[in-house]
Design a protein. Structure first.
Length: 256
């Protein structure tokens, strides 16, 4: 007869093995938050939603985790003990290994100027505290989904600018261009509609999938970041602002 304690140990080990397999298959989220109560709230709710979490409270700890592990999303506070979340975002966007990591800022700074500063630094989304956990999880799902876009697979080329959707790679005359997930989707949208005006409302529909919290100012911030990424090559001039509420991608540099 099987010993009862041995049976319980075997059952517990089986449960742990199942949890380990589930964790291996789940999307990994890095949470950088110095408030212990909020950190625990995020741990409970995001774990319950099926995400595998790594949590820390300092930027230096986050950098160690980023160098050691790969993540599907980073969630950062602005005000942290050693450095700001803004500085961490900027360093993430400078590194080829983490450039395409989706980022959500989660902070008590709730003014429009703060939100714009966070987006301009490279965040893909910005949520002010206090927040609804249901809304946060919805945003997490949306940001991760947009980072792995279900878009047309054909390679797009324009006057030396090349976008490869399957490889999630952009290059200009062979030099790789580092873009965030949102900037990549924006450029893809423009390159599929060369020489046509695209309304901001169309960009919200296609790039952000009609998310209700995205406004036209957010679109402008990300277009400005895309232009900055193209500027060292002189290709920022391809993206023209069209009076009446939209943008246009010129067919080639020679037309400008």
């Amino acid at each position: 007869m099987l010993d009862r304690h041995a049976a319980l140990r075997a059952l517990k080990k089986n449960e742990q093995d199942i949890q380990s397999m589930q964790a291996a298959d789940s999307e990994r989220v890095l949470v950088v938050e110095d408030d212990a109560a909020i950190r625990e709230l995020l741990r409970i709710n995001l774990s319950h939603a099926g995400y595998s979490l790594s949590l820390c409270e300092r930027v230096d700890e986050a950098r160690i985790l980023l160098a050691r592990e790969s993540f599907h999303l980073a969630m950062l506070d602005w005000m942290l003990p050693d450095e700001s979340g803004i500085e961490l975002i900027q360093s993430i966007r400078r590194q080829p290994e983490t450039m395409r990591l989706p980022i959500i800022m989660l902070t008590a700074r709730n003014q429009e100027a703060d939100r714009i500063a966070g987006l301009e630094a490279g965040a893909d989304d910005y949520l002010a505290k206090p927040f609804s956990m249901a809304e946060l999880i919805a945003r997490v799902k949306a940001v991760i989904r947009r980072a792995q876009p279900d878009i047309a697979r054909e390679k797009l080329e324009l006057d030396g600018l090349c976008l490869e959707p399957e490889a999630l790679r952009v290059s200009i005359h062979g030099s790789t261009l580092l873009l965030s997930p949102t900037e990549f989707r924006l450029l893809h949208c423009f390159m599929r509609r060369v020489d046509r005006m695209i309304m901001r409302s169309q960009l919200i529909a296609e790039v952000w999938e009609h998310q209700p919290y995205i406004d036209e100012r957010t679109v402008d911030v990300h277009v400005r970041r895309l232009r900055l990424a193209l500027k060292p090559f002189g290709y920022d001039r391809l993206i023209e602002t069209v009076r009446g509420g939209g943008y246009r991608l010129a067919p080639h540099l020679g037309s400008l």
